[in-house]
Design a protein around this ligand. Structure first.
Ligand code: C2O
Ligand code: CU
Length: 423
């Protein structure tokens, strides 16, 4: 299969044979300066990557490219990523969006590390034990940095891959033999929701935010709405005819079938149906429900998203706020390690706020008082639309100070962000 070979080459090219220089913190033992696990005791790295951030024309790039290189590893790998900042004056970090790393590896400047300044480097090291689709991005001046290009895809593959396993985000013109199993990894790195629909074959949503769904069923003529920061893995069996991926109703990427005749035939239908819309899947009712009850919460809190007055400004003005306050004035939440935490997000504003918690996936309990009835839905990013109320829960088993914020990054930079401390 052509695309796998191409992927393998691309991934191999990223492996930098370095690691001889002393990694900052490498000698610090198993805890960082705050006493939280630094996970440096993960063993010898089996995959090493170097990402060098630099200005490239109007863009900011990792290794000269936007998006940055796809980092693909396999479950069981010990991953080491050396981040270097060549000349980004604002500073750079790497946050592993959706990948629940130990706190010291989380890449939040001023919390888990200092931003990496021009000429400096920082080494991230963690074990890849959570298969799935994730992404990495700078968390320093994140709105500007991500918009300018400091992001890329991070994939943890299960040990064995059969068929075509492809990240969609770059060109997607593939030659796929009919009957081949295909996995499309869709990553929304933007600030707003996007709708994706593969047309030309029935598909399933195999995973959301890196977590496999239970009992996914075939979908046709359906779009999936991915929140800012979210990921959906779609699986399908390659038909004899082309598949076209529609993004926001527009034909964007397309496969070509393996034979020359099918290739020739493929152009016409795509052009003819270049804009289409479909009903959007509700993930809360998709797949089969779990029998096991979730434990009662030890802690509960509520975040009310609204528009309040941001007092940090020289001239205080309205901003996206939580309970009327902006970072750092939003009360931080503190829970004990091991507790079951439930929190409610209420959107009293007029715009969508894609909510994102670092360090954990949350189990969706209900939306607008209606319990989730589909597959257990473990998310790290979820759209809270105007008027909506989401109840989610998680077990606080990953100690540290974790960012909890809106992933419309201009909102986060403007203060729609708080910290959750698991002590
Ligand atoms: Cu992808 Cu704190 O963010
Ligand atoms: Cu927001």
């Amino acid at each position: 299969v052509v695309s796998r070979a191409v992927l393998a080459v691309a991934a191999a090219a990223l492996v930098a044979g370095v690691g001889l220089s002393a990694a900052p913190g490498a000698a610090a033992g198993v805890h960082d300066h705050r006493g939280y696990p630094a996970a440096l005791a993960v063993g010898e790295p089996t995959r090493r990557f170097t990402l060098t951030a630099g200005v490239r024309g109007a863009a900011w790039a990792f290794n000269g490219q936007v998006p940055g290189p796809e980092l693909a590893v396999t479950v069981g790998d010990v991953v080491e990523v050396t981040l270097r900042n060549r000349d980004i004056e604002q500073g750079v970090t790497l946050h592993w969006h959706g990948y629940d790393v130990p706190n010291a590896q989380d890449g939040v400047p001023g919390v888990t590390q200092d931003a990496v300044r021009p000429g400096q480097e920082f080494v991230y090291r963690f074990r890849a034990d959570q298969p799935g689709t994730y992404w990495y991005h700078t968390h320093e001046a994140s709105s500007l940095g991500v918009r300018k290009g400091l992001f890329g895809v991070f994939v943890v593959r299960p040990a064995a891959v059969t068929g075509v396993d492809r990240v969609v985000g770059g060109p997607f013109v593939e030659r796929v033999r009919p009957g081949t199993p295909v996995r499309l990894r869709l990553v929304n790195t933007g600030n707003t929701t996007h709708r994706y629909a593969p047309a030309g074959a029935p598909f399933r949503v195999a995973a959301i935010d890196g977590v496999d769904l239970r009992g996914p069923t075939d979908l046709t003529d359906t779009a999936v709405a991915i929140p800012a920061g979210g990921r959906y893995d779609l699986t399908l069996t390659a038909p004899a005819t082309p598949i076209t991926l529609f993004v926001d109703g527009k034909a964007t990427y397309s496969t070509v079938a393996a034979t020359a005749t099918a290739t020739a035939a493929s152009a016409a239908p795509i052009a003819a149906a270049s804009t289409r819309t479909w009903p959007v899947l509700d993930p809360l009712t998709y797949g089969s429900a779990a029998p096991a009850p979730w434990p009662r919460a030890d802690r509960e809190f509520t975040l009310v998203l609204d528009r309040g007055i941001d007092l940090r400004r020289l001239v205080p003005r309205y901003a996206h706020t939580v309970g009327g306050a902006a970072y750092p004035h939003i009360p931080n939440q503190t829970v004990r390690r091991g507790e079951t935490v439930e929190f409610t997000v209420v959107n009293r504003a007029l715009v969508v706020h894609p909510w994102h918690l670092h360090g954990f996936h949350v189990l969706v309990l209900s939306r607008n008082g209606v319990r989730a009835t589909g597959s257990p839905l473990w998310l790290d990013s979820f759209d809270v639309r105007p008027g909506e109320v989401w109840e989610v829960t998680f077990r606080a088993d990953n100690p540290g100070v974790w960012a909890n914020h809106c992933h419309n990054l201009p909102h986060a930079d403007a203060g729609m962000m708080l910290h959750l401390t698991v002590g």
